[in-house]
Design a protein around this ligand. Structure first.
Ligand code: ADP
Ligand code: ZN
Length: 434
């Protein structure tokens, strides 16, 4: 550990050395998965590939992808490569989109996950003298415990406040002198908004850094949190299938560095599944390089993103990814235009007159999908009367037309009518007949 890097060896490793390290780990992992897990043996055999066919990193493209249904079909432990006696923790996703999926860890897996989290939090100014309030949901979900472990490894004071009870979160910030706040970005916005209503100014509180993740959020939302909350808004990205948060983290330059000694990233064209070159957009695919309980080969995340290998002023050589544009399953096709909720969010956030809450309603008109955007205005707009409210809705609608190129009705709903998020915000309400 140095003042700047938690793990300088890997964070600043030369590209060729990193690639050699990755290849060595990749070969081990392919062999491990093939020998230990019937699902992978079958999938490799069907594609006619053997672990030994991977002699360079590019060879990974010959291997089959793993998709979410494979995790569901093998629920709960069909993809676990070790006996349960060697498993020390089992996480599961919420299963909001179906049966939950499991994430088992050996002691060593847990140790590596902890190191990945400590690396990210350290890059984001967390130090032993920090007071870190962890407002991610504690429990089955990987977020809460992932952040707890990383923060404990650094040795700061952790306040495991969990998600929800917003007024108490604000009280704890004030009474304990919280310096670092961990939660989803939408929940941070909820906290800032509630504090304003309580007459508490988060901007002048002790909180200096935010460690946000678990959901897509726009750069405009990040700016809003920074200016309205006085918080440096850092980011974490990850998923249950790969370890949870800890897959990647932002440095002081907002570059999202991937812990590529642990997860090997690829971008593929979601239609053809062919690899896409650096700098081009596509679906993120990850292979876990060091996990033992649940090795993961070419997992299709459904997250739309771009990878870049560019020099970052922070000195880290770890490959970077752009902010996630959205999940392919959240992509809407409106009047023939592909739209992600984050694009609508970007436009909404341009308007100082709206609260940073919104939802998108999807309905059917004949054969076509139609979309309605709902948001709330700041109190002063409602106070100024209905004409002002209507005028604002019109202006937002024409701005969406200008930026995204689709004609979308916007309505300003009554104050506090849109549910405030305490975890992953639900942005889309799908009312299309099934
Ligand atoms: P699920 O939401 O599918 O039940 P997880 O809780 O494991 O499962 O969430 C992982 C997903 O959350 C990622 O695939 C991604 O879509 C989203 N996510 C996590 N962190 C971020 C982030 N920083 N930015 C955008 N999306 C994120
Ligand atoms: Zn950097």
């Amino acid at each position: 550990m140095s003042e700047k890097y938690w793990d300088a060896k890997f964070e600043t490793m030369a590209e060729n050395q990193m690639k050699a390290f990755q290849l060595e780990k990749l070969k081990e992992t392919l062999k491990w998965a093939y020998e230990k897990i019937p699902h992978y043996k079958k999938a490799f055999d069907e594609k006619g590939v053997k672990p030994e066919d991977c002699q360079k990193l590019e060879d990974l493209a010959k291997f089959p992808f793993t998709v979410k249904t494979a995790l569901r079909d093998n629920y709960p432990f069909g993809l676990c490569a070790v006996p349960l006696s060697e498993v020390v923790r089992i996480h599961a996703s919420s299963g909001t989109t179906g049966k939950p999926i499991t994430g088992p860890y050996t002691k060593e897996d847990l140790e590596q996950w902890t190191e990945c989290m400590a690396r990210g939090l350290w890059a984001q100014e967390v130090r032993p003298d920090s007071i870190l309030q962890n407002a991610y949901g504690m429990g089955l979900f990987t977020g809460g415990l992932g952040f707890l472990q990383g923060a404990m490894r650094i040795g700061c004071a952790v306040v495991p406040s969990g998600a929800g009870m917003t007024e108490r979160q604000i009280l704890l910030i004030q009474d304990f002198g919280t310096t670092a706040l961990c939660c989803t970005p939408s929940y941070c916005m909820t906290i800032i908004e509630r504090a304003e209503k309580m007459g508490v100014d988060i901007k002048n509180s002790t909180v200096r850094t935010g460690h946000f993740g678990a959901e897509p959020w726009s750069i405009e939302m990040r700016d809003e949190i920074e200016s309205r909350g006085g918080i440096h808004a850092y980011e974490h990205y990850g998923l249950t299938e790969l370890m949870g948060p800890g897959v990647s983290f932002t440095c002081e330059n907002y570059s999202i560095h991937i812990n590529e000694d642990h997860v090997y990233p690829e971008i593929v064209d979601p239609a053809t599944l062919e690899p896409v070159e650096l700098g081009k957009e596509g679906e993120l695919v990850f292979t876990a390089l060091q996990r033992r309980a649940m090795p993961m080969i070419r997992y299709r995340t459904r997250d739309i993103c771009t990878l870049r290998r560019e020099k970052c002023d922070c000195g880290r050589t770890l490959i970077t990814m752009d902010k996630i544009l959205g999940r392919s399953d959240d992509m809407m096709i409106i009047s023939g235009v592909n739209v992600f909720p984050s694009q609508v969010e970007s436009v909404l956030m341009e308007f100082k007159e709206v609260e940073p809450v919104y939802q998108i309603r999807l309905a059917k008109k004949g054969y076509l999908d139609v979309m309605y955007v709902e948001t709330e205005a700041r109190p002063e707009i409602y106070a100024a009367g209905q004409a002002k409210v209507d005028e604002l809705a019109k202006r937002i609608s024409s701005r969406i037309q200008q930026v995204i190129g689709i004609n979308v009705p916007v309505s300003i709903t009554p104050q506090d009518s849109i549910e405030r998020s305490i975890g992953k915000a639900k942005r889309i309400i799908d009312e299309r007949p099934k």
